[in-house]
Design a protein around this ligand. Structure first.
Ligand code: HEM
Ligand code: HEM
Length: 177
């Protein structure tokens, strides 16, 4: 039997994946809410709050990744494909982290800060600076497009391996054996 990711790594992969895609859908859905309304303020704060929690999960996932070796690939997988997969995974980790970090930094350069779950006020530690806010906000938007594009390619590659039945998909699947 070929080596696989451990149970926690597999669970973290799918949990973080579903939450990140849901959070992206949430972000784009918010675009449709009229600006300067209480409804928009409510949902933006909810998005910020769920985003910060997902950020903690991503930190745990990165810690798990860095403290355990990546399971050896089957020798049937060409070297270039192994390097490509490892490179793509590294960029995916960077983009996963960039999402909550850019959002959090942007929030601290606007007078609104974060109202955690619309209950606890986390006052901003930065100045109310439109230029800095705009730069981080723009990075948040660009990182989302890059993340979704790379995830689409990652999923296509995963489905291709599932179709080939070469054992790559089983490395991360939730099946217990
Ligand atoms: C937001 C969505 C997703 C993200 C950010 C993501 C990210 C990642 C990362 C970073 C790894 C490498 C894990 C490590 O080495 O620590 C990985 C592995 C993997 N993912 Fe995803 N993933 C996502 C969704 C999916 C989906 C939907 C599928 C399948 C349809 C999938 C299939 C796989 C497979 C098969 C592997 C193992 C690849 C290998 O061992 O080289 N992923 N994923
Ligand atoms: C954890 C991961 C996160 C993901 C995947 C995510 C994703 C997104 C997406 C896809 C958008 C829509 C972008 C667009 O309209 O082009 C968005 C908007 C936004 N996000 Fe996030 N987000 C995350 C975390 C956060 C955090 C932690 C904060 C702040 C603390 C935040 C603050 C915002 C704000 C304020 C907007 C609205 C920007 C605007 O319309 O000008 N996000 N997010």
């Amino acid at each position: 039997m070929e080596p696989r990711y451990d149970r926690a790594a597999r669970a973290l992969h799918w949990l973080a994946g579903v939450l990140l895609l849901g959070q992206c859908a949430f972000g784009y859905w918010m675009d449709g809410i009229a600006r300067n309304t209480p409804e928009r303020a409510f949902f933006i704060n909810l998005h910020k709050s769920t985003g910060l929690l997902i950020g903690l999960l991503i930190l745990l996932r990165i810690f798990w990744h860095l403290t355990r070796p990546t399971p050896r690939y089957p020798i049937t997988l060409p070297r270039q494909q192994q390097y490509l997969a490892l490179g793509v995974h590294r960029v995916l980790y960077l983009l996963m982290l960039a999402m909550p970090v850019s959002g959090y930094l942007a929030s601290n350069f606007s007078k609104y800060g974060v109202k955690f779950f619309n209950l606890v006020v986390l006052p901003p530690w930065g100045s109310d600076d439109k230029l800095i806010y705009g730069a981080f906000n723009q990075s948040h938007k660009i990182a989302a497009v890059l993340l979704l594009t790379l995830v689409a390619l990652h999923v296509l590659a995963a489905l291709w391996h599932a179709w080939l039945r070469d054992g790559i998909f089983s490395r991360i699947s939730l099946r217990p054996f």
